[in-house]
Ligand binder design. Structure first.
Ligand code: FAD
Length: 514
């Protein structure tokens, strides 16, 4: 957090200096209007900050970084570039927390979304409406972090229902992908929980869109990888907020029992509020041991050594003061009959906020060790349920366990297709139930390529075994691979590009059209 504040302050200072010292810089021979110049910076420090991302794998230097205060500032920038004979690409940057250069732009303009609203006035860009025909909602600036949305909405007694595991990323950034976590099976991804958007298209039009107003733009942008417009505001669905959670982990040594229980849990009508799963490959780091009582850790370690992989089913049930007297019985009833290893069920209580912001706790610890700002060769996949057992034997057992890849976090949990809207740009497998698997390798700066080679082997195994996986937060090097990724959605995706960003100015770092 401190780092983010420092960075924002630093950027604010540079912006201030820029305004005073560089009133008429010509960028790459372009005669830029004063209104754009005033908000554009190209000093080395700003360029460096915008030239890489959380992955620290790709580096691309922009010509300049644009600091908009309003959506109209972004519209002005895009209108100018759209009409200019020299085309400069434009990439919105939320927190730059993607890992493969998706928010970068070589020799173009990065739009620093975090300056929207002006420095110091962020709070006014989250407005809660408690009553409406749509139900409660929040109008939120696309630059807002989900953690700030959580705080602002909880103050009014509400909160969003669909989350990501990590909340220090922007609303616009996750809506451009999908936004998934352990709540997705129940509420759908974040893109299924949006009523309305303000978007600046690739022609520079600032439009409001929803399922009934400019619906084509609305569905294009959701999961649209930044290809059709820059989101400046989102209307997010809310529900009355819980205040506490019962957080349970159960250990399995049999993959089939583990997935059967996950599937059983997500099928229950009054079931859990969150279901995820993770691989336990060793028990010697703070983040994967702190959940378990010290007295139980020798037994858990011996399960890991005996079986190589222990599968951890993670379940959460929310509650508040009113339901607190019955929560223990409810959880007991929910977990009755599950096939976890005898005695291997662990329950923790936490506040709703502490639970949702759990990855930030890891972030703080990793930052202290200098292990946060390293390379992140991550791979996220969606796998059809019909092939999940083959995926386990070929990938978890065949690659992760055999190669002793213990450095990182590996997630596996189920979702339901009927919670995803087919009209959005997001791509999922064509089965009613599918799993997400995340390979969140931690590497140093020098060895990311070795981890990436494992990622390639995972993809190669799936291809050779005929497992039709889809990448989430996708990354491809060729258009042929993108066409294959989108499958039957490709022609619509391409038509939408021609409609909303015909000069292909936006988010070139995705490398779909550029
Ligand atoms: P950026 O990385 O800055 O941008 C991502 C893409 O969206 C770029 O192409 C960019 O040009 C475009 N973009 C950004 N803002 C806008 C906008 N306003 N309008 C249009 N396009 C825009 N994701 C999940 O779904 N679930 C998780 O549990 C999850 N956990 C994560 C944990 C960590 C530690 C990290 C680092 C990431 C995690 N993510 C997760 C991935 C996250 O959703 C992506 O990184 C996403 O890109 C959001 O990051 P950002 O706001 O920094 O966007």
């Amino acid at each position: 957090c401190l780092w983010l504040v420092l960075e924002a302050t630093e950027l604010a200072l540079h912006w201030h200096n820029f305004n005073h010292n560089h009133k008429s810089v010509a960028l790459s021979g372009l005669a830029l209007p004063k209104a754009i110049l005033e908000k554009l910076r190209n000093d080395p420090q700003t360029i460096t900050l915008a030239s890489t991302d959380y992955g620290r794998i790709v580096q691309e230097n922009p010509y300049g970084v644009f600091f908009p205060v309003t959506g109209n500032d972004i519209a002005g920038l895009i209108q100018f570039m759209y009409g200019s004979p020299v085309l400069l690409d434009i990439a919105a940057r939320g927190q730059g927390h993607c890992v493969r250069g998706q928010a970068l732009v070589e020799n173009g303009v990065v739009v620093n979304m975090t300056s929207l609203g002006g420095f110091g006035q962020k709070a006014s860009r989250i407005v809660v409406s408690k009553t409406s025909p749509l139900g409660p909602y929040a109008d939120v600036g696309a630059e807002q972090l989900w953690i700030d949305v959580l705080h602002a909405t909880m103050q009014k007694g509400f909160s969003p229902v669909s989350w990501t595991d990590y909340l220090h990323i922007t609303v616009g950034g996750t809506l451009s992908n999908a936004g998934i976590s352990g709540q997705t099976f129940r509420f759908g991804p974040q893109i299924s929980n949006v009523h309305e958007l303000d978007v600046v298209t690739g022609k520079g039009e600032l439009l409001t869109c929803s399922p009934t107003n400019n619906p084509e733009l609305f569905y294009s942008v959701l999961g649209g990888l930044g290809q059709f417009g820059i989101i400046t505001r989102a209307r997010i669905a809310l529900a009355p907020t819980p205040t506490k959670v019962k957080w349970v982990r159960m250990l399995y040594t049999n993959f089939s029992s583990f997935t059967s229980d996950q599937e059983f849990l997500i099928s229950k009508s009054n079931g859990p509020d969150y279901v995820e799963g993770l691989l336990l490959l060793q028990l010697n780091t703070a983040d994967n041991s702190s959940f378990y009582p010290i007295a139980d850790q020798p037994k858990i370690s011996s399960l890991v050594s005996q079986y190589g992989i222990v599968y951890v089913l993670e379940v959460v049930k929310y509650y508040d003061q009113q339901s607190s007297s019955s929560i223990d019985q409810e959880v007991e009833k929910l977990l009755k009959g599950l096939s976890f290893e005898v005695g291997m069920k662990f329950i923790k209580e936490a506040s709703y906020e502490e639970f949702l912001d759990r990855v930030h706790t890891d972030e703080v610890a990793l930052r202290a060790l200098g292990l946060w700002d390293v390379s992140h060769p991550w791979l996220n996949l969606f796998i059809p349920k019909s092939r999940i057992a083959d995926f386990d034997s070929g990938v978890f057992r065949g690659i992760i366990q055999k190669r002793n890849l213990t450095s990182g976090v590996f997630l596996i949990y189920p979702m339901l297709k009927n919670k995803w809207n087919e009209r959005t740009s997001a791509v999922i497998p064509n089965e009613d139930l599918f799993y997400t698997a995340a390979f969140l390798f931690s590497s140093g700066f020098k060895d990311w390529e070795a981890f990436d080679a494992h990622n390639r082997d995972i993809l190669k195994f799936c291809e050779e075994a005929g497992i039709e996986v889809k990448q989430y937060l996708p990354h491809f090097e060729t258009q042929k691979d993108w066409i294959n990724h989108f499958g039957r959605k490709w022609s619509v995706f391409r038509q939408r590009k021609a409609m909303f960003d015909p000069k292909k100015l936006l988010s070139p770092g995705q490398k779909i059209f550029n």
